[in-house]
Design a protein around this ligand. Sequence first.
Ligand code: SF4
Ligand code: SF4
Length: 437
Amino acid sequence: MKLNSIKLPRLNGAAEMQTVRLKLPERVVIAMSQHGGVPCVPTVSVGDTVKTGQLIGDSDAVISAPIHSSVTGKIVGVTKVLNVFGKLHEALVIETSPEQVLSEEVIPPFIDSREDFIEAVKRSGSVGLGGAGFPTHVKFSYDPGTVKIDTLVVNGAECEPYITSDYRTFMEEGEKVAQGIRMIMKYLDIPRAVIGIEHDKPLAIKRMTEITSSDSNIDVITLPSRYPQGAEKVLIHNTLGRTIMEGELPSSVGCVVLNCSTAAFISDYLITGMPLISRRLTVDGNAVNKPMNVTVPIGTRACDIMAAADLRTQPDRALFGGPMMGISFYDTEMPITKTTNALLLFSETVRDGDTPCIRCGRCVRACSMGLMPTELEHAFDKKDTERLKKLNVNLCMNCGACSYVCPAKRNLSEKNQLAKLLLRDSVSVKERVLYER
Ligand code: SF4
Ligand code: SF4
């Protein structure tokens, strides 16, 4: 069975731009919620001095990931920032010191068992770097006695326009991606891995095929360049031909899915002990003269990245993430988090008002999950939660494909996001986790 998909413009002008490390900002703003699950609580206070790599936020919750300082400096305040789900959460403001000092906590982990490995991944603060932000150790914490995982699926699809962060990871850190995959397979006893890359990235496919040529159990799979190729359920279907049923996890079909940049990070962490404190992101959009890929400390504000960008004009719209699933923000003091893979800056943006549905059916034909966006919209407008459940709104990935193809410019995907929030209060904790994946 072929899943529905759409074709998006390529627009990846930063693809062949080598990643540059930006100069250290004067301050960073580090959010306590950078992941799916429970936000962290600060382990440090205003006035404290912190070192690079030091733990500054933690939680006892099962689904959470610790947060570390990306700089050496002094905590000068606490503020609120938006997280990936559009909610305001606590953040620590750190003024950076001229001298950067590595924390004594940064030591390579000792690993002698599966449990050691999962604990190390947890302490690293690793989350899905493709944008989803689900804590990596939680994905790895299945019970091998009852759950049989036969394949690690590595997500290198990067299917949204403009974003080239994962592509640059393949090109600049392909060895680390492969080594991360090997380590995960070894410690979790997973016999096979597949790396899915869209066919419009031939250099990445070639590079990873060469790097893994002696790994008989790692295959590079060329995927059609269609959207949303990188969505977990779509990726599993298109790499392994397996279908995840509603409410189920990838483990139900014998696989674990991991972003390629997360695999590279894990490889690095096992050697250096440096937790997740920086990331690569793409800076692009029609307000940018020269697109680029940059590495910055987590907590760097958009204004500091914009100051380093070659801007053609003053942007009137800014996004963290891609044009399909990214979040728009209004305040350039907003910081990047672990999940920010792009900063897109646009000018002369026009927002057409919506018009009545003409029942063309394009939204239905665009939906890879087989949903009926028009029916979901009606149910949401009536606040009919029973109907929303029957229409499987929880299967919606908010990929935005339905909104994109709609000639009436209806906000279908956005309404589905709101519909899922409407349902949240009436579902179990387990289902809530699925919503946030
Ligand atoms: S946003 Fe949801 S309903 Fe719309 S195409 Fe994507 S999965 Fe389907
Ligand atoms: S694509 Fe837009 S106009 Fe066409 S059926 Fe869907 S909601 Fe209606």
